[in-house]
Structure formats: structure tokens, C-alpha cells
Design a protein around this ligand. Structure first.
Ligand SMILES: [Zn+2]
Length: 488
């Protein structure tokens, strides 16, 4: 079975066929850097991180690009409010983005273009739109003439004649309505206002509108047509509609084959307003909940469905994560079993993998995929308890190891990891998710240390302990002579 994904553009599930076989070019709209990102943004980043990981798991080489909007009215307002500059505000919140996203175990993108670093590409695109008579200059501004693009509205399903004045969204805050030929037109370039950052341009000093930056960054980083363009559902209109209008009017090619949009986190639940009212920012939430519990909370819903943000739901996710961690914690004891292979085996439980893949192939049905992972966890916990209390597991060691290996690999595909923060960027960027110290390798080092201790080679024993510590692994020497370990 092949991967089927729901395409907002066609409003149906379609088989996934990238432009180039085995290669995926994917673009996700990133944050506007004027604040910490909220839990709704976090859902999008987690969901599309899982899409990316799953594509990698299925053998695709994924180039993943996510932008930072670093010039915007909101940023300028924040700079005034904080008595600071646009650059200081954006640097602060871009750094904060990485801190929070890393904690959520979101793989780093291959590129993080910024609007202010893309001014040339933006101006080139606007110039080409002008040449094609789809854009017009008006007193230092440049607007996109939506009536010149017959397909305008094809993504969101909106009809131009139904669109009201002001429908072009947040750029309108600064737009001069009387400069527009049509109320539905939107700004590509805005004339400089006193005291605001600006760039020289053929239209005078000014700065780019919001939508044009993504069109320019997609083109600069990934080319004229990409495979997947993604973002929150709220970006469908006007942002993505306008991106299509800008890019396709110039290239005549589809900007993206597949448009993916995740559902909202419903913040209006009564409980939330009382108990979780302060946790709308991801950073505040993570001060109170394990990041992996939040990740699990997100993945327990299919990505297009709304989720209710309630304390009960988060607590349930935290319990679920505890179960998965409990299964993970038996790893060292299993690995000490005679017959456990020191080199990680490559064969997985194919039946479990098939069910996991079938769920994910169905438009990333993570709740079903998770049920496979939880079944594996339950088996491992049962076997672990058996080992602790009866001295040996029920399952033959090879089979137990296969279950273990399958469990940890599938967790990795979902980005659920008790090892967060220790994956090297190099590993991530080369796409080799498994290149880090795995459980078997840790056990091998513990074994070596055990041997060193037996021959009273304390220096070697300490060296191994320190080496593991540097990898974020803590050893606990128990009275019974067994060394347990945990990550973090
Ligand atoms: Zn965008």
C-alpha cells in the first residue's frame, strides 16, 4: 500500500508521488518572531516533524525548509513596546524558538530562511509579477491584482466575488485601502514609514509584505515546484492562497503538489480557561508538562482533527508517556540477557511494522499507529516484570529483542524519545536517525566497564562512566552488582 495523504488543494486523499522519486521537498511556514510560540504552533511543528520522520522512515530523502518571518507589524510593535529594535526582538524569539522546538524533539530543518535575508528574491519576484501585469505599484506600495489570476481562490475554495474588503488578512492592517484597485488585492511591498526598517527598491524605500516572503523563500531554497507545502489550517487563506497566486502567476507551475494543513487546538474548553489559561505559550506548558507528554497529546489525534486543550487530556498523555517510558526502562535489563545480540539486529516485528505503516499511510493516522506502539510497550513491560520477578522472560530472547527493537524504532519515527537534547545536529542533518548510541551500544560499554571493575581497573571504569555521561546517560550501580542506566 502506498502513502495516501489528504490534499487541501483537491479536497481528497491522494497517493503520494513526489516530483523526483525518493526525494521530497517540503516547506513549512514558520513563526513570526515577536513572541514565544503558542501551543497551536507547536502542534503544527510536531505534526509536520512526524510527517518528515515518517517519509524518512519510508526511505525518502527529505529536504525540509521552515522560515522565520523577521519583519512584520507585530515585531515592530513589540520593539516599540520593549524599547528595543526589530533585530533584537527577532534574535531573541528565534533563539527561544530553537530552545522550545528542541525540547519537543523537532528535528532541525535543513534551512531556516528569513525574510530580511531574502530581499533580493522577493524584489525579483515582485518585478516579474509586474512584468506579467499581475502586480501594480501605487505610491510606494506594490499590490497583487487578484483579478489577474483566474485561479485565485482554488486552495481555500473562496470565490473572489464573495470576498469582502479587508479579506486579505493581516497585511491589511498597514495597507492603504485607497491605493488598491480592488479591495481584495494585497500588498507585496509597502512604502517605508518613518522610523521603520526599510530597503531600497525600484518602488522606493520599503519592506516586503508577509505573503511574498514565503513564495520567494520556497523558490530560493527548493525551486519552483515542491512536493509538500504545510502549515496550520488558519494559513490556508489568505496566506497560502496568496503564495499560490504569487508563485504560479510567475512560473506557470504548481507551487506545491500537496498542501497539508493541521487542525486547531481548541482553546475554548471551559476547563482550560480555568486551569490551563496560562499555558497557551509552549514554553509555559513545558514548564509544567514533559515535552514528550505534549508530543503524545498531539499525536493522539489525527492531525487534521481539532484537539481540545484540557488538563485531563494532558494528564492522560502524561500517563501514556509514563507507560512508554516504563517499557524503555527495561532496556538495560533485557540487554543483559544471555543471547541478546550486541550488534543491533536489523529484523523487526514485520506484523507490527505493517500495521504501523498502514495507519501512517492512511493520511498519517497517528492514533492507530500509537496503538501498535502501546501494544509493544505492554508486551515489554510484561516481559520486564517477568524478568525481574521470575529471573527470566516468557518470550525467547531473540523474539524479545525483536519486540524491543521494533518498539524503539517506531518511537523514533514518532519522535517520542527519552533522549531529547542529545541527538547531534550532524546526525539529524545527514538523516541518519539511528546513528546515535543505541541501547545495545550502551549495554556493550556497561559490559566493558563491568570487566574493568572486575580487574580493578578503576581508571578505565571511570572513563567509560564519563563517556556515557557525556552522551547524557547516567549509570546506577545496584547492590546486586547489576548496573542500571537511564537517559538524562
Ligand atoms: Zn508562509
Amino acid at each position: 500500500m502506498s502513502l495516501m495523504l489528504y490534499n487541501t488543494l483537491t479536497r481528497r486523499k491522494e497517493p503520494f508521488e513526489p516530483i523526483e522519486p525518493e526525494k521530497v521537498r517540503m516547506y513549512v511556514c514558520g513563526i513570526t518572531a515577536y513572541n514565544y510560540f503558542h501551543v497551536g504552533n507547536a502542534r503544527a511543528f510536531v505534526v509536520f516533524d512526524v510527517v518528515r520522520r515518517y517519509l524518512m522512515w519510508r526511505g525518502y530523502a527529505v529536504r525540509y525548509v521552515q522560515n522565520f518571518t523577521d519583519i512584520d507589524d507585530k515585531i515592530l510593535k513589540r520593539a516599540v513596546a520593549e524599547g528595543s529594535t526589530m533585530q533584537q526582538i527577532t534574535e531573541k524569539y528565534i533563539a527561544a524558538y530553537f530552545e522550545d522546538a528542541d525540547r519537543l524533539n523537532i528535528l532541525r530543518a535543513d534551512a531556516y530562511p528569513r525574510a530580511t535575508h531574502t530581499i533580493d528574491g522577493i524584489q525579483r519576484l515582485i518585478h516579474e509579477l509586474e512584468q506579467r501585469h499581475v502586480a501594480y505599484a501605487a505610491d510606494g506600495d506594490v499590490y497583487y491584482a487578484v483579478h489577474q489570476f483566474p485561479e485565485y481562490g482554488k486552495l481555500s475554495g473562496r470565490k473572489l466575488e464573495d470576498m469582502q474588503a479587508g479579506a486579505s488578512g493581516r497585511v491589511d492592517v498597514e495597507d492603504d485601502a485607497d491605493k488598491k484597485k480592488d479591495p481584495a488585492d494585497f500588498a507585496l511591498w509597502k512604502a517605508a514609514k518613518p522610523g521603520e526598517p526599510s530597503w531600497e527598491s525600484p518602488w522606493g524605500k520599503g519592506r516586503p509584505g508577509w505573503h511574498i516572503e514565503c513564495s520567494a523563500m520556497v523558490r530560493d531554497e527548493l525551486g519552483e515546484s515542491i512536493d509538500i507545502h504545510a502549515g496550520g489550517m488558519d494559513l490556508t487563506f489568505p496566506h497560502h492562497e496568496n503564495e499560490i497566486a504569487q508563485s504560479e502567476a510567475v512560473t506557470g507551475k504548481p507551487l506545491a503538489r500537496y498542501w497539508l494543513h493541521n487542525g486547531f487546538i481548541n482553546m475554548d474548553g471551559e476547563k482550560m480557561s480555568k486551569s490551563l489559561g496560562n499555558f497557551r505559550l509552549t514554553r509555559d506548558l513545558l514548564a509544567n508538562y514533559d515535552p514528550m507528554a505534549f508530543r503524545l497529546f498531539v499525536l493522539q489525534a489525527q492531525y487534521r482533527k481539532p484537539i481540545d486543550f484540557t488538563a485531563d487530556a494532558l494528564d492522560a498523555a502524561e500517563n501514556g508517556w509514563k507507560t512508554l517510558k516504563e517499557a524503555l526502562q527495561f532496556g538495560s535489563q533485557f540487554a543483559a540477557l544471555p543471547g541478546w545480540s550486541r550488534t543491533a539486529p536489523t529484523d523487526l516485528d514485520q506484523e507490527a511494522v505493517d500495521r504501523f505503516n498502514a495507519a501512517m499511510d492512511d493520511d498519517f493516522n497517528t492514533p492507530i499507529a500509537l496503538s501498535v506502539v502501546f501494544e509493544l510497550a505492554k508486551t515489554l513491560i510484561r516481559e520486564g516484570n517477568q524478568l525481574v520477578h521470575q529471573g527470566k522472560p516468557d518470550l525467547p530472547v531473540e523474539q524479545l529483542q525483536q519486540q524491543w527493537q521494533t518498539f524503539t524504532r517506531l518511537l523514533e519515527v514518532l519522535g517520542l524519545d527519552s533522549l531529547v537534547g542529545t541527538i547531534s545536529q550532524e546526525t539529524v542533518l545527514t538523516g541518519h536517525l539511528t546513528d546515535r548510541l543505541n541501547d545495545a551500544q550502551i549495554e556493550a560499554l556497561i559490559q566493558q566497564r563491568q570487566e574493568a571493575r572486575q580487574s580493578k581497573n578503576w581508571a578505565e571504569s571511570d572513563r567509560i562512566r564519563d563517556e556515557l555521561k557525556a552522551q547524557g546517560i547516567t549509570l546506577i550501580d545496584q547492590k546486586d552488582g547489576i548496573t542500571r542506566w537511564h537517559r538524562g
